[in-house]
Design a protein around this ligand. Structure first.
Ligand code: LMR
Length: 318
């Protein structure tokens, strides 16, 4: 007789790749998901998180997901254009959202769900939206008026809406992978950038940018996405447990996003390397006015229905 030994099936591995530092809203939420997925499935699922573009930079990560080389990502909503789904660029429209509450009217409601469902035709399942925060401009010269950006080479994510935004400011948009931004700023390939403070701080952009102006002119957040075939092939009970873990991670991400950006703003100031200013309401209004045409110019690219639905959900006023 053979002794009876318990057999343990191999855990299901979810590789979760992302491009930001571990100590950011996305990085922390990914770790939270990892922990809860392990606990709720009693070790049947092992989530491996790879931060800081360690596995793939921006563009490659999308194809890696579609090919099944990784199972989970959380790209910024500005990075879905290369998939030929332009609707997510609605989140890039300048001054569309007046604070996180506005965002949640979209991301936790039917409009947000309909957008995620559009990914299915690309072999991708959209699970949730995670907040980061509102972007600010930085450069090596002070930025107080839209004219201060005239002629500046500004790094953008791969979004046509962001390209148009920079063109309205008479700046020169330069699409750059997130992993290459520090070097591009350091070597002068670009003069400035826009990002939430959490990214500015954790990528040490304060070392290579003399001025940061808190403009909060646009939003940057994420869609958590999985390879659809992988997700639908999971045993139903495990998928349900992972959905719970994702819901908890989403609540966590959206709870820590603001405090994390606020904390990092203080750390940027404390670095003494970047001078931080905040626009007055009048100065901010000047940016809003100059950027207003982006909404109309980009409506047909994004989809007029999507722009309308989001504007209605948040009660957007010009
Ligand atoms: C960026 O490229 O600036 C951001 O999308 C990075 C991120 O994931 O927050």
């Amino acid at each position: 007789m053979f002794p009876v030994v318990p057999t343990y099936a191999e855990p299901i591995v979810i590789t979760f790749s992302h491009v930001v530092a571990a100590d950011t809203p996305k990085g922390r939420a990914a770790e939270f998901f990892k922990k809860r997925a392990g606990e709720l499935t009693q070790g049947k699922v092992k989530v491996e998180v790879y931060p800081n573009s360690k596995l793939y930079p921006d563009r490659e990560e999308m194809s890696a997901l579609q090919l099944g080389s990784v199972q989970m990502l959380a790209p910024s909503l500005a990075k879905f254009g290369p998939l030929d789904i332009n609707d997510f660029e609605v989140f890039d429209l300048p001054f569309m959202f007046n604070g996180y509450e506005d965002l949640h009217k979209v991301t936790t409601g039917p409009v947000g769900r309909q957008l995620l469902d559009k990914l299915e035709s690309k072999g991708i399942k959209g699970l949730a939206y995670w907040d980061n925060g509102f972007k600010s401009f930085s450069a090596n010269t002070p930025i107080k008026t839209p004219e201060d950006l005239n002629g500046k080479k500004m790094r953008i994510q791969s979004s046509k809406v962001l390209e148009e935004q920079m063109l309205e400011l008479k700046a020169i948009p330069k699409v750059t992978a997130f992993s290459a931004v520090y070097k591009a700023l350091q070597t002068g390939v670009v003069d400035g950038t826009e990002n939430p403070i959490s990214n500015f701080y954790t990528q040490k952009m304060y070392e290579v940018q003399k001025y940061l102006t808190v403009t909060e002119h646009g939003y940057l957040g994420y869609a958590v996405i999985v390879n659809k075939k992988f997700w639908e092939g999971l045993p139903a009970d495990i998928r349900t447990q992972l959905e719970t873990a994702m819901q908890e991670a989403t609540d966590y991400a959206n709870k820590i996003a603001k405090e994390s950006n606020d904390k990092d703003l203080e750390l940027v100031k404390a670095s003494g390397k970047t001078e931080v200013t905040t626009l007055t309401p009048e100065q901010r209004a000047a940016f809003k006015k100059i950027l207003a045409p982006v909404h109309e110019k980009m409506a047909s690219r994004i989809g007029a229905n999507t722009v309308d639905a989001v504007q209605k959900a948040v009660g957007f006023t010009k």
